[in-house]
Ligand binder design. Structure first.
Ligand code: SF4
Length: 418
């Protein structure tokens, strides 16, 4: 049985927490509490806090969350569709991709993906999140055709799909201008895009993670153009590998600058690096993943630096586990992500294991930390608030889905696909 996390900052009054902090930290926290944006230097001060300074940061992040979104913790009922694991990009942190000739390479047919979408909707999903590898011979119009096929059967279903890397690949394959390509996706039923493939938005760090991946400028171009066409996106950051705290701050401030211009980000999702069995870690190129301390700082820092700009900070329960997710939800985060993973329906059909949290399990966990569960749409419209416990609510019996090297660090392993 899980215990709700009840750490010291949660019960410490706000003013006492700030009074116990060192001067620089207290000044920065007072500044954001008064509604002002923090700058790079103040962000750097907060990114390395410990002891009483950490306690104050977590407390203020939780207070800003309360001011911004109140006591609700939201989640979306969705399903991930990872249509292929064949990929030519070769990111050193990815355990998901396979060569085309690998015995466990797959490419689901469009009929299979439609059938999976229909199953998801029957079970209450309002969203499918579609991402995949980048096979060498992919048709540049594949993404468009897939959207049309799914929307023809399920016009109401929100399709959250295709990372900036995939969109860049489609542009390269079709030789269409980016704007035209994105407009075509939107006309074909694209509802929003995952802000994945961001990792750390710094070209030097990106070179060490994945030299073949799109550059910062390209990522920003896709996101800005999508937002300008009315296609919202999430935003993400992968931490716990080669980056330093100052990279977190610069990354978050870059996202904040984009948001000031476009207002197109629905949320920010920190993604902890799962190191084991990755090329990046095994070659000595990365530290062994994120620490619990880093999880708390990153989520709280995001709330503080993005305050007034990006309303929602999402935990990735797949990466954090339940207890650490609940801790982060008391340190600035307000969204639990999505319920259904790619394997969830097989699990419901009797398979022994899958990565899945039922809506009732989400609600029980949310209630265990004294907050109010609410189901949302992809774009944070509230579909239903669950003021009182109901018969479906029970805490998860499993401690936590085990991350396999196949799913740990590839973007589609997130519950919402972000
Ligand atoms: S993270 Fe995505 S783009 Fe990179 S190797 Fe894995 S599947 Fe390919």
């Amino acid at each position: 049985m899980m215990k709700p996390v009840n750490s010291e900052w949660i019960s410490t009054p706000l003013d006492r927490a700030i009074a116990g902090a060192s001067r620089n930290v207290a000044v920065a926290l007072e500044k954001v509490l008064s509604g002002n944006d923090l700058d790079l230097e103040e962000g750097l001060t907060l990114a390395t806090v410990e002891g009483n300074d950490l306690l104050a940061l977590l407390k203020v992040a939780d207070e800003l969350r309360r001011e911004t979104v109140g006591e609700q913790i939201t989640y979306v009922v969705n399903r991930n569709l990872n249509f292929t694991n064949v990929c030519i990009v070769g990111c050193a942190f990815c355990g998901f991709s396979r060569g085309a000739d690998s015995p466990d390479a797959y490419f689901h047919s469009t009929d299979t993906l439609i059938a999976k979408s229909l199953e998801a909707v029957e079970r209450g999903a309002t969203e499918v999140c579609i991402q995949g590898g980048l096979p060498k011979d992919l048709d540049g119009y594949y993404y468009v055709e897939l959207l049309r096929a799914i929307k023809a059967r399920l016009p109401e279903l929100h399709v959250h799909a295709f990372s900036p890397m995939e969109i860049t690949y489609g542009v390269e394959k079709t030789r269409l201008p980016l704007r035209e390509y994105l407009a075509m996706l939107k006309d074909s039923g694209l509802g929003s895009i995952p802000g994945t493939a961001a990792e750390i938005l710094d070209d030097d760090v990106r070179r060490s993670l994945s030299p073949n991946k799109l550059k910062v400028r390209q990522w920003m171009d896709v996101i800005r153009t999508a937002h300008s066409l009315g296609i919202p996106s999430t935003s993400t950051m992968m931490y716990g590998h080669t980056e330093r705290p100052e990279d977190w701050v610069r990354h978050m401030l870059l996202l904040r600058d984009i948001q000031k211009e476009t207002h197109g980000f629905t949320e920010f999702v920190p993604l902890g690096f799962i190191h084991s069995k990755t090329k990046l870690f095994q070659s000595g190129g990365a530290r062994p993943g994120r620490s619990v301390h880093e999880d708390l700082i990153v989520h709280a820092l995001a709330r503080v630096l993005l305050h007034g700009h990006i309303r929602n900070i999402q935990v990735s329960w797949v990466k954090l586990g339940y207890e650490q997710s609940l801790a982060c939800l008391q340190a600035g985060a307000n969204d639990f992500g999505g319920t259904l993973m790619e394997e969830s329906i097989s699990k419901m059909a009797g398979a022994t294991f899958g990565e899945y949290v039922s809506p009732g399990e989400f609600r029980a966990m949310i209630r265990a930390i004294g907050r109010i569960p609410a189901e949302r749409s992809t774009t944070y419209g509230i579909r239903k608030v669950f003021e009182k416990p109901d018969a479906e609510e029970r805490l998860p019996m499993e401690p936590m889905p085990v991350l396999t090297p196949q799913t740990a660090n590839h973007a589609p392993a997130s519950p919402t696909g972000y």
